[in-house]
Design a protein around this ligand. Structure first.
Ligand code: PLP
Length: 451
């Protein structure tokens, strides 16, 4: 079975019976709503597939959100320590319930959540944490902030996620944790990461910053490892501008997370450890609570639309939706991501494909342009007095030698995606526009070289 079949099969597993039946019974002409093979590319003067170019806007707000923020404003409780029943403690209870964890500690960002976990697990100078180079800089920043070494492993080309075999190859005697990242809001290979962690006695901090409500083997992401971290930054599928959250079941460890994020001061009022001040404020939690109605509906709609898109993509060689691992039940769909394989498009570069698509009224884009293993922070730490003091010259030399992640480079070059938080809330017909436009460009691939 090739990866494309796998992806489709797994997406189908996610579909509700209704949307599945609709997708299966829909008679899709050679390409959806458009006239046929002869249809001229819009970039060459033809009619664009999509004339209405607007998409549902994101982040979401409505009267409930506005009312929730005004209520907090008028209450004069603007900081979490003013009240045990303020918006932040309320949000923590509701988010823990939503995700299926015993506890939640809200923070000011996903980066702060991750850093708090690293500190709470006692990871610091001289320690190593294995993670992905294909992620937001916040993932790496959380490890660097603790003065530990972020060791980057390479990716699986088809899932865009960390490759478990490469993670295991990079375990050393100083490795303390794995920080798997659920990219695009889809589960990474958690079975394997949990297995590796058990074998080498490592902690697992799930970077679920993009993965709200996504489910893997009956559990929500962020509840499988020792700790899970979320971001509520504006673009995320649950958003409040800037915000974050830690989830976990271990009461003692979660209490430590609270202490660390509260400048080292525990719930008992004693300043017990070193810690930054990372508290979420009451306005951020008010925005999040105001959005509660509709969270499940929005999640279901993104999944149904993603299933529909994936079903349509199966007819287009050279466009491979993100591979999902066995056990994936649903995704957050922060992004809907695909691999553009130019060998199926007469070897035309991705930029021309995207240009032609944009003229059809459908804008896809590359995502991360280059992995974090190619950013200057590496030279910065390798040359820093602090890192030279904490790690041996031999370790730092080997670190430099082992930074290449060729599959990550390939993923960066091949990726095309739609920011999905808003657009995947649109209608099935809107999804057909996306698929029709891609199919039209594919059918006209022999003309792309000239644009
Ligand atoms: C995978 C991942 N990790 C970490 C972060 C950091 O979260 P924040 O921006 O809330 O600090 C993000 C945010 O984009 C992310 O996507």
């Amino acid at each position: 079975m090739n990866s494309k079949d796998l992806t489709r099969r797994q997406f189908i597993a996610v579909a509700s019976a209704g949307s599945l039946a609709a997708a299966a019974s829909r008679t899709i002409p050679a390409y959806g709503n458009i006239a046929g093979k002869a249809s001229k590319l819009a970039i060459l003067g033809g009619e664009p597939v999509r004339k209405n170019r607007s998409w549902p806007r994101w982040p979401h707000w409505d009267d409930d959100v506005a009312e929730s923020v005004m209520k907090t404003l008028k209450s004069r409780i603007w900081c979490r320590i003013q009240s045990k029943s303020g918006t932040v403690p309320t949000f923590e209870k509701k988010f823990a319930e939503l995700i299926g964890s015993r506890f939640c500690v809200a923070t000011g960002s996903g980066t702060q959540a991750l850093h708090t976990c690293v500190e709470a697990l006692g990871i610091g100078a001289g320690d190593e944490v294995i993670t992905s180079p294909y992620t937001d800089p916040g993932t790496i920043a959380s490890i660097l902030a603790a003065r530990a070494l972020p060791v980057m492993a390479d990716l699986d080309r088809e899932s865009f996620q960390l490759d478990p075999d490469d993670v295991e190859r990079r375990v050393t005697e100083n490795t303390k944790a794995i920080m798997p990242v659920h990219m695009m809001g889809q589960p990474c290979h958690m079975d394997r990461f949990m297995e590796i962690a058990k074998k080498h006695n490592l902690k697992v901090i799930e970077d679920a910053c993009q993965a709200h409500l996504a489910e893997y083997r009956g559990k929500k992401l962020g509840t499988i490892g020792d700790l899970g971290c979320f971001s509520f930054q504006s673009s995320k599928t649950i958003a409040c501008g800037e915000g974050g959250g830690i989830t976990g079941d271990d009461e003692e460890l979660m209490d430590k997370c609270y202490t660390v994020h509260n400048h080292g001061t525990s719930r008992r009022g004693r300043t017990e450890v070193a810690g930054p001040k990372y508290r979420m404020n009451e306005f951020e939690a008010a925005v999040l609570l105001g959005q509660w109605p509709g969270i499940h509906e929005r999640f279901a709609r993104r999944n149904a639309n993603a299933n529909h898109l994936t079903a349509r993509m199966k007819d287009i060689p050279g466009i491979l939706p993100q591979k999902l691992y066995e056990g994936t039940a649903s995704g957050s769909f922060y992004l809907y991501a695909m691999s553009y394989r130019k060998e199926h498009f007469n070897d035309v570069d991705r930029s021309k494909f995207l240009k032609a698509l944009s003229a059809e009224g459908v804008s896809l884009s590359p995502y991360i342009r280059q992995g974090l293993h190619r950013e200057p922070w590496i030279e910065h730490i390798l040359n820093s007095r602090v890192y030279k003091r904490m790690f041996s010259g031999q370790r730092l030399r080997r670190y430099r030698e082992e930074t290449p992640c060729p599959t990550c480079d390939q993923v960066c070059e091949e990726m095309v995606m739609i920011w999905a938080s808003g657009p995947l809330l649109a209608s099935k017909e809107d999804m057909d526009d996306i698929a029709d436009a891609i199919q039209k460009v594919y059918e006209n691939r022999d003309k792309l070289a000239s644009i």
